[in-house]
Design a protein around this ligand. Structure first.
Ligand SMILES: C[S@@+](CC[C@H](N)C(=O)[O-])C[C@H]1O[C@@H](n2cnc3c(N)ncnc32)[C@H](O)[C@@H]1O
Length: 292
């Protein structure tokens, strides 16, 4: 299928669906472009999506538009301003463009809460008027036996009635957190959470032990490495806590080990980009059937 990967970031959609024909990926972030281009050969346009015209979408005619618009406007932390938030300008623009271009399929990923937003209400109303059928669900990697929390909203809008999301997840044999660890001894030292922060946030730190069979890591967000709490888990080493390395977070998101994390990007930059990305096994499970 010919696809546009909008809000492409580091290319979670491309990594999950390697057999799709991505005719163009678009994102405004140059660091995301650097990671994307290190991994995929598809054209990548660094652009403000709100500046792309109907003519651009007609010239780049695709069967499927993938959209992972910024989540912050739909979180309490981001003040839940939804479509009124300036960070939603590109989404607002796309809601208006779709009825003029009519791609066959549109897939959306966002945070839980999006389903209650005026943005989703607007999507359902405006796209419903021109014949789209919309199906949505909430899914989390833990449903697949994956040791990472990342509940997310997923939707598909289709001009054909039979394109729906899957809710039958094949639970994999329990994957152990220890299987995702990779940091070398030197790296472990540099990932260590400073005693001062460990003491300050002792009660609030989300900690996991690799040897605990039921260990599940919290959702890694773009703030990991910057904010100690509510941004992801720390590994309890028995001698303190350490952060998960970008490679470990990348594995927990389901990217394969040959996914390149360019060495010129700092750890903080990589955590930020990974925290914005997708759970690969979940989007395969949820959208796989509809995209065949
Ligand atoms: C939630 S992230 C999606 C990440 C992506 N799914 C991935 O796998 O990495 C949202 C992305 O939208 C991009 N973005 C935000 N506003 C944008 C805009 N107005 N135009 C283009 N890209 C934008 C951000 O740079 C970020 O990479």
């Amino acid at each position: 299928m010919k696809c546009l990967e909008l809000f492409a970031g580091i290319g979670g959609f491309s990594a999950a669906f390697k057999n799709q024909n991505i005719i163009c990926a678009v994102d405004i972030n140059e660091q995301a472009a650097r990671v994307y281009r290190s991994n995929f050969e598809h054209p990548f346009l660094i652009a403000e999506i709100a500046s792309l015209s109907v003519a651009w979408f007609q010239e780049n005619s695709a069967d499927l538009w993938w959209m992972s618009p910024p989540c912050t406007p739909f979180t309490r932390r981001g003040r839940s301003a939804g479509l009124e938030d300036p960070r939603s300008s590109a989404l607002k623009h796309l809601i208006g463009i779709v009825p003029q271009v009519l791609p066959n399929l549109i897939c959306i990923e966002n945070v839980v809460g999006f389903e209650r937003s005026t943005a989703f209400d607007h999507v359902c109303r405006e796209w419903g008027k021109v014949g789209y059928h919309i199906d949505w669900t909430i899914a989390c990697p833990t449903l697949l036996g994956w040791p990472n929390l990342r509940p997310r909203f997923y939707a598909i809008a289709s001009l054909e009635r039979n394109r729906t999301l899957s809710r039958m997840y094949e639970k994999q044999a329990r994957v152990l957190l220890s299987d995702f660890l990779d940091a070398s001894n030197d790296e472990i030292e540099s990932l260590r959470l400073e005693n001062r922060l460990a003491n300050q946030y002792e009660k609030a730190i989300d900690r996991v032990q690799a040897t605990n069979v039921g260990a599940v890591t919290a959702c890694f967000t773009a703030a990991y490495g910057k904010s100690v709490i509510r941004s992801g888990s720390y590994l309890d080493t028995g001698m303190g806590y350490r952060r998960f390395s970008p490679r470990e977070v990348c594995r927990l998101l389901g990217f394969e080990d040959d996914f390149v994390l360019p060495s010129e990007l700092s750890r903080r930059q990589l955590w930020h980009l990974l925290g914005n990305s997708l759970s690969i096994p979940v989007i395969r499970a949820v959208f796989g059937g509809a995209l065949n």
